[in-house]
Design a protein around this ligand. Sequence first.
Ligand SMILES: [Zn+2]
Length: 77
Amino acid sequence: MIKRGKHVCPVARCSVLVPNRLLMCPRHWSLVPHRLKREVWKHYVPGQEDTGYQTEAYNAAACAARDAAQAAEESKR
Ligand SMILES: [Zn+2]
């Protein structure tokens, strides 16, 4: 069950619940290159998890970060 204010980590096969203000679980976030983390935070708008509004730039950065975490995860298999 999804608790209010939380979402499931977007990386495939990960089922960790994370607070909405965080993009993914801490373990996967740790796999994201610094450059991409900076992009995500640069475009993060405080409170966007409440309004549901995310900029295109944020979405693009979030996608890139998720893809990077996913790729890092798969390279370990
Ligand atoms: Zn995860």
